[in-house]
Design a protein around this ligand. Structure first.
Ligand code: FAD
Length: 605
């Protein structure tokens, strides 16, 4: 793609439908404490402005790093100018302030609005997304830091646009974070020295900002093995004095810049701490509670990755749709024998329609799942915040939805982006079109922030098991209410029935798996990904049916938007007809699941 061609068409209409017509955040979240005083009109205006910015200024940087990737020069990573310009435009427009709380001079938007805006950024250029991590880290320090630490890092971390990274992975500690060997030695109070090597660190080094705040998991001398013994340290690239002024380089050294399949504008580094001279860090909150503290960041990152996949699929779908409208090839299948029949746009061919609707319905379904999860996060904040007793129910629901957002969206988007490319025929394989880059940029999503199977284990062994399945059952009961109710009236009767069948099979599947656990936990290992997908598809089916009900209603009062609403109904019908029946098959596979593979000798693989 030439760098000047703008590749991205956002689905602002569907974002607004989710937020304002379905979730109704204008009534449920906006303007309510602890959120700022943005109302629906202002929120819509803001999304419109960000959408313009993302499709124009930010999207310009989309493929720059394909030809001019970041370079490691004398220990500093130099970013290509377009990435820096795009991030400058992002900050100048105040996009970073959207979710920053009002007491830090932000707009205090609820998560639902914040994540909706984030989709636009991700769609414009997914490599940009994690350069914004400094904002999240500022919020984490604000929430978990000591008063002295807050004074040291806030608000200039935001004002001066410092960057950030989350630092867990080591050569021998990937999925198994608890195997980390990076050490911490106390100097005095909350001041520690850090020593070790971390790898694959996004945004670990770059010249995008004057400073980078690294949040590093390390093990204090004598601490327990495993994740429990890890503590979280705030380790700036340049030391930050108590008054917030910057000191000397803190000996956080980029010892390798990774070359990757995609997402080339996003820097991935090996970082070495404390080699030759000390690297200093501050123990966050001056408490040893590292993994729980890091989960404040990980949960956001998992949500961001799920959204990244959804944004990529949505963008891929719009490219495929536009191509299918323009490309003339073949005649109508019904007139195939008539050699004089006119050539038609490929959009006319049933198979192309099938591919397009698969992308459309899944992209809308994933957005529905992401923004439903985001609105659950609104409720958490409204009811007292993460880990507060009052917000308990919403909090555990959000916890349970996150592996679905991350695990399902990342796996499915990869599968469906290949259809976005397929619609383009041979052209899709060329770098003249953005599809092949979409696929390469997206593939990382099923890997980082915990692979798909780690999400499945998180869902089943932690989120479902910890309360005996009560949270999941609560969600499934809400789905049952829709199945047994009249939402959408007689026109959606077939879809509600399909949802009911899927729900029944899912419940059977879960029961079967629980029964098999008595035989071996390996059954969770074999079936976990399948169960995660089935739960996600049932939840998405539920949301899409309810979207369709709202759309049918709105069509009556807003006939000017009939095409959009009709499209929502078509997506829901397709999903119920084509995707939900697959859950019956998945349930049978779980039922027939056995442990034979564990007996296949290693040498027979
Ligand atoms: C581009 C990029 C950016 C990254 N950014 C960051 C970052 O900013 N910060 C950071 O800390 N890390 C980052 N990572 C690291 C990333 O989170 C890890 O790569 C990921 O968690 C997987 O770890 P691993 O690569 O060591 O794979 P492994 O853990 O070795 O996994 C290999 C395979 O084995 C499977 N597996 C592993 N353990 C189990 C198990 N117990 N049960 C079943 N299956 C298992 C996995 O699912 C996977 O399929 C990044 C990685 C990349 C590639």
């Amino acid at each position: 793609m030439s760098s000047s061609s703008l590749h991205y068409t956002p689905n602002l209409r569907d974002i607004e439908f989710n937020l304002f017509e379905f979730l109704d955040i204008g009534r449920t979240s906006l303007g309510k404490a602890p959120f700022g005083d943005l109302d629906e009109t202002a929120a819509r205006q803001m999304l419109e402005t960000f959408s313009q910015l993302c499709t124009q200024e930010l999207a310009k940087s989309f493929d720059e790093a394909e030809h001019n990737p970041p370079k490691l020069v004398n220990g500093e990573v130099k970013l290509p100018p377009g990435i820096k310009a795009a991030m400058g435009a992002f900050y100048d427009a105040g996009m970073h302030l959207l979710e920053v709380p009002t007491h830090l001079d932000g707009l205090g938007a609820p998560p639902s609005l914040g994540w909706a805006a984030f989709e636009l950024l991700l769609g414009s250029n997914p490599s940009l997304a994690f350069y914004t991590l400094g904002n999240l880290l500022a919020r984490v320090i604000d929430r978990l830091g000591t008063d002295e630490q807050k004074k040291r890092f806030l608000p200039h971390c935001l004002e001066r646009r410092w960057s950030g990274s989350m630092v867990l992975t080591e050569p021998d500690a990937g999925s198994d974070v608890g195997a980390a060997r990076t050490k911490a030695r106390q100097v005095d109070g909350d001041l520690w020295e850090i020593e070790g090597v971390k790898r694959f660190i996004t945004n670990g080094e770059s010249d995008i900002a004057e400073n980078i705040i690294h949040m590093v998991l390390a093990r204090p001398d004598g601490a327990a093995p495993g994740t429990k013994g890890l503590s979280l340290f705030v380790v700036p690239k340049f030391w930050v004095n108590e008054d917030g002024s910057m000191g000397e380089h803190n000996n956080v050294v980029c010892t390798k810049l990774e070359k990757k399949m995609g997402l080339k504008g996003s820097v991935t580094c090996e970082l070495t701490f404390g080699d030759g001279k000390p690297t200093r860090g501050l123990l966050l909150g001056n408490v040893h509670d590292g993994i729980r503290q890091m989960f404040h960041i990980i949960e956001n990152a998992r949500m961001a990755v799920g959204l990244k996949s959804m944004a990529a699929l949505s963008a891929g779908y719009f490219r495929a749709l536009s191509f299918a409208k323009d490309r003339l090839q073949g005649s109508d299948l019904a007139k195939a024998r008539d050699k004089t029949a006119p050539r038609v746009p490929i959009l006319q061919h049933p198979d192309v329609r099938r591919m397009l609707m698969a992308q459309k319905a899944h992209a809308e379904g994933m957005r529905a799942l992401c923004l439903f999860t985001a609105s659950t996060q609104d409720q958490v904040e409204l009811q007292g915040g993460h880990r507060s007793t009052a917000a308990g129910e919403a909090d555990v629901l959000n916890d349970m939805l996150l592996p679905l957002v991350k695990g399902y969206c990342s796996e499915k988007a990869y599968e469906l982006l290949s259809l976005s490319l397929q619609v383009h025929g041979g052209s899709g394989y060329l770098t003249d079109y953005p599809l092949e880059q979409y696929i390469r940029d997206q593939k990382i999503d099923s890997l980082y922030e915990g692979t798909t199977h780690i999400q499945a284990l998180d869902l089943l062994m932690r989120k479902v098991a910890r309360d005996g399945g009560a949270t999941l059952q609560g969600l499934l009961s809400r789905i049952r209410e829709t199945v047994e109710g009249e939402e959408g009236g007689p026109e959606l009767k077939t879809e509600r029935a399909a949802l009911g069948e899927a729900l029944g099979h899912l419940e059977t599947m879960l029961g079967t798996l629980m029964g098999k656990l008595g035989e071996s936990v390996y059954h969770v290992g074999f079936q976990g990904n399948r169960v995660l997908a089935a739960v996600a598809e049932t939840v998405i089916g539920w949301l899409l049916v309810r979207h369709a009900a709202v759309a049918m209603d709105r069509m009556k009062t807003n006939p000017g938007d009939k095409a959009f609403y009709g499209g929502k109904v078509a997506s829901a019908r397709w999903y119920c007809h084509e995707v939900l029946p697959g859950i019956a098959h998945a349930a049978r596979m779980v039922e027939h699941g056995n442990l034979d593979l564990m007996d296949v000798p290693e040498e027979s693989f």
